[in-house]
Design a protein around this ligand. Structure first.
Ligand code: SF4
Length: 350
């Protein structure tokens, strides 16, 4: 007797692929009636689409839309030249609050590469686009299909989830075998006459109906094509690393006339941004604690302890670092990670 899982998997594959034309018709019909009118869907400009794709890599659509981050970034850097020539502080300031600042550095490097090596013209194929800094297989497929209507498949987190349920795929999706399978399905399902609309529709279905925790199967437009009976259990993923708790001890030092002491970040992740200066807990243990805040970064849960310190008694930094006093007006212009921006604003208003 065959393994039930194998039977279910092969039925799932045959079922969906046998009806692929009907699937496309159904999906595209639903999208034509219900697709969201996101600002990056109102353009075919590859530069704007590159910006939106990089911005949406680790930031939710809701947050980008609500704060008009896409439009504001394009107002600041309307094209390749303005982005390629931007100073680092201006670049980081324009990305503030979105986190993962290497994304905007890569965006600038991509603009510089297009100007220097492609005479300012975007590559129009996934292979050409993948040669740009910060552009992986998904982003290349997205720009190729959304900007050039090129028949390139895309697989992001939403599409992975949707496909693994549609085909009832019961293997961990991070493995290379699963990735090959998912990309292959995305390619086979793709409507090569309408890749722009098809890829948008697939992503949107994943965002709106086929959600991670409570998929809306009874209302889903493609439910007749879907093989899984246990959508909540899919996709199978490796267990996540447990968040690591970190304590951060920082100083709030303000001169009588108002300027606040800030330190410039080194390292790689937030290099160039300004923040409250950090010291060891031991150095600050005798100072008054004025605020405690919490924020998350990658898999860290950070507790920020803020101590008040007199400008004439600032403990020396443990490592070489740039520290300077800035007025409130100057701080507004400096790039700063948003947890520090909020903390400084609250302390200045206290
Ligand atoms: S029927 Fe449910 S599990 Fe299947 S694609 Fe639709 S929302 Fe996802």
């Amino acid at each position: 007797m065959s393994d039930p899982q194998t039977v279910s998997k092969s039925l799932a594959s045959r079922h969906a692929l046998r009806n692929v034309k009907a699937f496309r018709r159904t999906l595209l019909g639903w999208f034509a009636r219900n697709g969201a009118d996101y600002p990056w869907r109102q353009t075919e400009d590859p530069y704007a689409i590159l910006v939106s794709e990089i911005m949406l890599q680790q930031t939710t659509i809701g947050s980008v839309i609500q704060n008009r981050r896409f439009e504001r970034f394009l107002d600041t850097f309307p094209g390749l030249h303005s982005l390629a020539e931007a100073s680092e502080p201006d670049l980081l300031r324009a990305w503030e609050g979105l986190g993962y600042y290497n994304r905007v550095r890569n965006l600038q490097r991509a603009a510089q590469t297009i100007l220097a090596e492609h005479e300012g013209a975007f590559p129009a194929t996934p292979e050409g686009l993948e040669s740009l800094p910060g552009v992986g297989r998904y982003t290349a497929g997205a720009i190729a299909s959304f900007a050039f209507n090129y028949p390139a498949p895309i697989v992001d987190a939403n599409v992975s989830r949707l496909l693994s349920r549609l085909f009832d795929w019961r293997e961990q999706i991070q493995t290379s075998g699963s990735q090959t399978r998912l990309w292959s399905w995305a390619g086979q399902l793709l409507d090569s006459d309408q890749p722009r609309s098809f890829n948008s529709a697939l992503m949107e279905l994943g965002q709106t109906f086929c959600t991670p925790r409570s998929p809306a199967c009874p209302q889903c437009p493609v439910r007749d094509f879907c093989a899984t009976r246990e959508p909540e259990k899919l996709p199978l993923k490796r267990t996540r690393r447990a968040p690591v708790k970190v304590d951060e001890h920082v100083l709030f030092v303000q001169k009588r006339s108002g300027p606040v002491l800030l330190a410039q970040e080194g390292g790689t992740r937030r290099k160039g941004l300004w923040r409250l200066p950090e010291r060891s807990h031991h150095q600050l243990a005798d100072l008054p604690l004025v605020d405690t805040r919490h924020y998350g970064i990658t898999h860290h849960k950070v507790t920020m302890h803020i101590y008040h310190c007199n400008p004439s008694h600032v403990p020396p930094p443990g490592k070489r670092t740039t520290e300077k006093f800035y007025s409130a007006r100057e701080i507004n212009e400096l790039p700063m990670p948003s947890p520090f921006r909020k903390a400084v604003q609250a302390l200045l208003q206290a």
